[in-house]
Design a protein around this ligand. Structure first.
Ligand code: WT7
Length: 658
């Protein structure tokens, strides 16, 4: 089922430069004692009490870890807590009510600041409104919203009443929304009228309404008015206006519901090998402790910081490191609605200067764009407030790493390259910024308490420098507990490959290829399944293929990731038409349209290559690796095992002609 790890990418491992954390950083770091690795190992699993200690519990837990039903692990068993209480109330109670919790900036420059007291009020009022609508504990509430403050408010309101949220990234299509709502049997939706993108108004409600037509449940919807009079929209029978609902609940307070540590906090859908997205289940106790712990130890967040993660809350990065982690620690989290290059390419640096940002966390794809635009943009702003930089989402090439370190961090901020996944809940592999020497291109060692190993197909550890598969040998509090309503798929996707179930030895397989060096630094090479990573967005090739095959006139399609200078990977689609002819412009456009309709514009193919045949092995399997090599314009290896070797040259000629 898995391909060979991408050895081509190993070229960048030749990197030898090292950078030590600056003294000034080390002196103030939350974690600076290198003994922490050993301590976690010795104390494991009790070491995770340190994470749980960052939270306030209504009921103390009896056991840190229960592994009787492994790999259905349970953490902090017997404990009870509320996530909204931990992210909001306790900071109000400890005398920090006037401290800014969220500083929001709209694309056009509007601003809103919510102190912890403001957040407390609004979360309570919206929680009361949800209750009035009939939302009960354990009902899944879908949130389909862009980067506006009502999104984290709605998340926390759900958490307050014990209703798991399922956030669907606003860039997803109507169809994708419907699939996720149906899968979670969600009967409630919070969305908004529209938002701005590069000065244009996007009609979001229209998209949500369209999606709702394919949802089986009789959904009750709340609509946030983001645009004022810019867009007329109709509320309809089961649609409510957010502002009206909240106004009706003015001054209302809702007691935070004590949730069992293992109760679901949220669901997050992500792409996998098959066409059907997976509903990753995260829990209240384990997830929240892990998000808080990694925010403390890796992002070095302190309450007085101005902290900015420039991701979207619609993905796991935003859940863990815009909302839950930073707010649990009582800091100020900056939230920006727009894109980095609008109205100018200095927009992010303008915000770093304006909000005197201490910690900045973004994706390699963004850094590669910054590089392309040129250093004059960051140079024109005062970035001296920065203390720490981070990246996440895909491998970072050493050149981009060094550019970030130099031009954004002025060679005085550590850079943490954090490897993790939707499923892991929080960071797993990275240097600790106050301890570890940084090696550009390599994420670093596994975090304390995390037992990562790089193995071959037989599960044996590979030698330093050799490519293998990344595996995790121990459970951790932030791990997914299962896939929603699908325990079998949970086992099959993550635990089948390297576990020995007879011996009750469970090994988590994240489906990434990697290498490890003598210092146990791990370099992640990329996915080894049929998942591609476009600008840090995870896309299942099967999902795209089925959208393409749904276009009349298309007989067969194969989608692969080809390397892309800025996006990391881009979507390459090889398509066979029904009548064997070369598809024209019209077919080309309908393919693009269908992909955008099924998934969203971010899944749009970079190139569509019409071909009379696909390269197949004698057993009829499509040779994806070959298609990737063609997309990358690389030298092809041995094609003699193909049933139809002649097709390769034909496709190659076509790609280079385009
Ligand atoms: C996949 C997970 C984690 C939040 C954003 C993506 C890749 C992630 C790194 C990194 C190399 C990385 C992996 C992983 N990935 N971070 N620092 N270096 N690769 O979450 O959508 O669940 O995707 O992103 O391939 O499996 P996701």
């Amino acid at each position: 089922m898995t391909d060979e790890p991408d050895v081509e990418l190993e070229a960048r491992l030749e990197e030898k430069e090292r950078f030590d954390p600056p003294e000034a950083f080390v002196e103030q770091a939350n974690v600076s004692d290198p003994d922490i690795y050993e301590e976690f190992e010795e104390e494991w699993p009790d070491c995770w009490e340190r994470a749980a200690d960052l939270l306030d519990w209504d009921e103390e837990y009896d056991d840190v870890l229960v592994d009787d039903e492994a790999p259905f692990y349970e953490w902090f068993v017997g404990g009870e807590l509320n996530a909204a209480y931990n992210c909001v109330d306790r900071h109000v109670e400890s005398g920090r009510k006037n401290h800014a919790a969220i500083k929001w900036e709209g694309e056009g420059g509007e601003t809103r600041t919510y102190t912890y007291q403001d957040l407390y009020r609004e979360v309570n009022e919206f929680a009361a409104a949800l209750r009035d609508m009939g939302v009960e504990e354990d009902d899944v509430v879908t949130l389909y919203m862009p980067m506006i403050p009502e999104l984290p408010i709605a998340m926390l309101a759900c958490a307050r009443i014990g209703a798991p949220h399922s956030v669907v990234f606003a860039g997803f299509s109507a169809d994708a929304l419907a699939t996720r709502m149906n899968s979670a049997e969600s009967e409630y939706l919070v969305t908004c009228d529209g938002y701005y993108r590069r000065g244009d108004v996007l009609n979001h409600k229209e998209k949500a309404d369209k999606g709702l037509r394919s949802v089986e449940a009789d959904v009750e919807t709340v609509v946030v008015d983001r645009l004022g009079d810019e867009l007329t929209h109709f509320l309809g029978k089961r649609h409510h206006d957010y502002d009206e609902l909240v106004a009706e609940q003015s001054g209302e307070r809702v007691d935070p519901v004590s949730r069992d540590a293992e109760d679901m906090l949220f669901l997050m859908y992500t792409s996998g090998t098959t066409g059907k997205p997976k509903g990753v289940k995260h829990t209240t106790g384990g997830y929240l402790s892990y998000a808080a712990w990694t925010s403390h130890s890796v992002l070095d967040i302190k309450p007085e910081d101005s902290y900015w993660c420039a991701a979207d809350i619609g993905w796991i990065t935003g859940h863990s490191y815009i909302v839950y982690g930073p707010l649990a620690l009582g800091t100020t989290t900056v939230m920006y609605e727009g894109t980095p290059d609008y109205p100018e390419k200095d927009r992010l640096w303008e915000l770093v200067e304006k909000y005197a940002v201490d910690i900045f966390y973004t994706a390699p794809t963004a850094i590669r764009s910054f590089m392309k635009w040129g250093k004059e943009y960051p140079d024109s702003k005062d970035l001296s407030s920065l203390r720490l930089l981070g990246t996440v989402g895909e491998p970072i090439n050493p050149r981009a790493w060094k550019w970030y370190y130099k031009h954004i961090g002025d060679e005085s901020c550590p850079v943490v390259d954090t490897w993790w996944q939707t499923e892991t809940g929080g960071m797993m592999i990275t240097t600790l910024p106050g301890i570890g020497t940084m090696k550009p291109g390599s994420a670093g060692p596994a975090l304390p308490g995390i037992d990562a190993e790089i193995v071959d197909t037989a599960g044996e550890a590979v030698s330093p420098g050799d490519a293998g598969y990344l595996t995790i040998n121990n459970p951790w509090p932030g791990m997914l507990r299962t896939l929603y309503d699908n325990d079998d798929r949970f086992i099959n996707e993550y635990w089948r490959e390297y576990s020995d179930s007879e011996a009750d030895e469970w090994v988590y397989f994240p489906e990434d290829g990697a290498t490890i060096d003598e210092d146990e630094y791990i370099t992640v090479l990329g996915r080894v399944d049929d998942v591609i990573n476009v600008s840090g967005h995870r896309l299942g090739t099967m999902e795209i293929e089925s959208a393409i095959v749904g276009v009349p006139g298309v007989a067969e399609a194969a989608v692969v990731g080809g390397s892309h200078e800025v996006k990391g990977e881009a979507v390459y689609a090889y398509v066979i038409t029904e009548d064997g002819t070369e598809g024209g412009e019209e077919l080309y456009d309908s393919i693009i349209e269908n992909v955008e309709r099924a998934i969203g514009p971010f899944a749009r193919p970079e190139e569509i290559i019409f071909t009379p045949e696909l390269p197949k092995t004698r057993s009829g399997k499509i040779m994806r690796r070959l298609l990737e090599d063609i997309a990358n314009g690389e030298q092809l290896g041995n094609t003699s095992t193909l049933r139809n070797p002649e097709i390769v040259e034909e496709i190659q000629a076509q790609v280079s002609a385009e």
